[in-house]
Design a protein. Structure first.
Length: 576
């Protein structure tokens, strides 16, 4: 094979292998479990495919449209919702795997083909590929983010009209995938400042070429301020538009950095000071690739760490680490570590000391309860998987702090030893921790997503409502305080049946992760809402709830019933 073709063929193999591995694992998750995130994106994409626009339960969507648009062909081509659900996870896996392509070209700006391929492989081998098993935006947002990194680096290297337009377009794309990542526009501004500081004196005149980019970003900032003055500018993330306690934000940002270190097996953090110094010197000497990458590395990490710290400081952070919102920076750390190894950047005693402190101080100050084996935390913070599994094997509720210290010291010892050993070994701990954390995370989620609601688990069984009502009919759900099993039956029935629309709640909060309409029982046993009586024609309700009407169909292991009613919705007998 031609040496010119070998990297391209290898890169294609990486993409296909990653898509196959993550797609196969994703199929082991029988049913969605992340309500209401998965239902929100699924319902919006299903509504768009039906020509009804982006809506959820007949209300607004409020999130970036890119993922919902991406799922439209899946709905149009699949014959059933169950088939569409399965193909959606395969599509997720493929989209995430395609992130290897921009990751390769990002690395190639600093590294030879072999090292760049290694970076591309690790970029799509990260344990957060777990999210390909869910109907969530992470896969498309990750691929768009890595593509944005490539476009921004090219812009930082040379301020041509083309590179600036591509950078702006990539930022728009990534914001359309996940609104949180609009923060990369701020990261670009930070990167431009760093780029100016790294530019040799004789080349500073070219910095004036960035005025179109700065002007557009400034207009965007003004538009955001105006939008904020008129109301909440964060759409679906509106609850996060608030004032923040700066001390809490700083505390959680620091903890997020500690979690990121664990995610990366600590070694990349140890070598980070040497990478920063080495690339800064190269940039000052006129190496545009070095200054461009370093500017992006510092800007993206600073801004996204701060964003995650701010989120974690709110009640929505619920006291967890959240590398689910931070893993987007991982490709930058992988490339930076490979640069240290391939370029053999020197690391003196001061560099080793600073790198060691950057590892040990966050670990020493990180509350170990954040690394316990709680399933919710495992989903949001896959980096906690390895410490919590070790603790569980030792019969402990949470890891011991001295374990973390030993791991930090071991990372430093490895870096020092690489002064005499092959430097490619620096990526081995990263790959090993990726594999272990991925294994633990997938195992946990596969167990949590086993189907216990439908028997048998086939298209006819799961679409029991759609099959029983006329085309175009709208079906409501009604429930109060129900068991967990009945709650899940209601949720999954809604997920797999496009005809289900409004959800009425008698006060039990059966679907707390997705807004429902509160109703109550009034005189004459008529269900009343703030607007008066409720008049659905079709209603799905638990088997314990008798309505005035006719039972048309039954479904799920929990025996949900589909009712046809006429006139105002009524209970057959008063509630007790």
């Amino acid at each position: 094979m031609s040496p010119r073709l070998l990297p391209a063929v290898t890169l294609a193999g990486i993409v296909l292998a990653a898509a196959a591995i993550w797609g196969t694992l994703g199929q082991q998750l029988d049913v969605p479990t992340v309500f209401g995130d998965e239902l929100i994106h699924w319902d919006a994409s299903r509504s768009l495919a039906a020509g009804d626009g982006l809506s959820v339960r007949d209300g607004g969507y409020g999130f970036g449209p890119l993922y919902a648009v991406l799922l439209v062909p899946v709905h149009l081509l699949a014959s059933t919702d169950l088939d569409a659900y399965r193909w959606a996870r395969m599509l997720d896996a493929l989209v995430l795997a395609l992130a290897a392509v921009p990751a390769y070209f990002l690395a190639r700006r600093l590294l030879p083909p072999g090292w760049s391929l290694a970076c591309a492989a690790l970029t799509v081998a990260l344990p957060s590929a777990l999210y390909t098993g869910f109907v969530m935006t992470e896969s498309v947002a990750y691929a768009a983010c890595v593509l944005a990194y490539l476009a921004v680096v090219r812009c930082l290297e040379r301020p041509t009209v083309t590179t600036q337009l591509l950078a702006l377009g990539s930022l728009g794309l990534v914001a359309a995938a996940r609104f949180q990542l609009a923060a990369l526009a701020v990261a670009l501004l930070v990167a431009l400042v760093v780029r100016a500081l790294l530019t040799p004196r004789q080349d500073r005149g070219e910095l004036r070429g960035y005025w179109p980019l700065v002007a557009v970003l400034a207009v965007g900032a003004v538009a955001f301020v105006v939008r904020a003055a008129l109301g909440n500018p964060l759409e679906g993330y509106g609850d996060l538009w608030r004032s923040y306690d700066l001390v809490d934000v700083a505390r959680w940002t620091w903890r997020a950095f500690a979690g990121l270190g664990l995610y990366l097996a600590l070694v990349p953090v140890v070598v980070a000071p040497a990478v920063v110094v080495g690339l800064a010197r190269a940039g000052r000497a006129g190496d545009r690739a070095a200054s461009g990458f370093l500017s992006l590395f510092l800007g993206a990490n600073a801004v996204l760490l701060l964003v995650v710290g701010a989120f974690s400081s709110t009640e929505f952070g619920v006291g967890f680490l959240h590398d689910r919102y931070l893993f987007y920076v991982v490709p930058l750390w992988i490339v930076s570590t490979a640069v240290w190894a391939e370029r053999r950047l020197p690391i003196d005693a001061v560099g080793i000391a600073v790198g060691t402190l950057l590892v040990l101080v966050p670990l020493v100050t990180l509350p170990t309860y954040l690394l316990n084996a709680d399933g919710g935390r495992r989903f949001d913070a896959v980096a906690s998987a390895l410490p919590s599994e070790v603790a569980a094997a030792a019969g402990l509720a949470e890891p011991r702090r001295w374990w973390l210290v030993v791991a930090g010291v071991a990372a430093t010892v490895l870096v020092v030893a690489l002064g005499w050993a092959p430097r490619w070994l620096v990526l081995v701990p990263v790959a090993a921790v990726f594999v272990l954390n991925a294994g633990f995370a997938w195992s946990s989620r596969i167990d949590a997503a086993r189907n216990t609601t439908f028997a048998p688990f086939d298209a006819a069984t799961v679409s029991w409502v759609d099959d029983a009502v006329p085309s175009g009919a709208e079906v409501a759900t009604l429930a109060g305080g129900v068991s967990v099993e009945t709650r899940d039956a209601l949720r999954l029935t809604e997920f797999f049946n496009a005809s289900i629309g409004p959800a009425y709640d008698l006060g039990g909060g059966y679907a707390p992760t997705l807004a429902s309409t509160g109703v109550r029982v009034g005189g004459g046993r008529v269900l009343l809402a703030d607007t008066g009586t409720v008049h659905p024609t079709w209603v799905v309700a638990p088997k314990e709830l008798d309505l005035v009407g006719d039972v048309v169909a039954r479904g799920t292991v929990e025996g949900l019933r589909l009712w046809r009613v006429s006139g105002p919705l009524q209970l057959a007998e008063p509630t007790r």
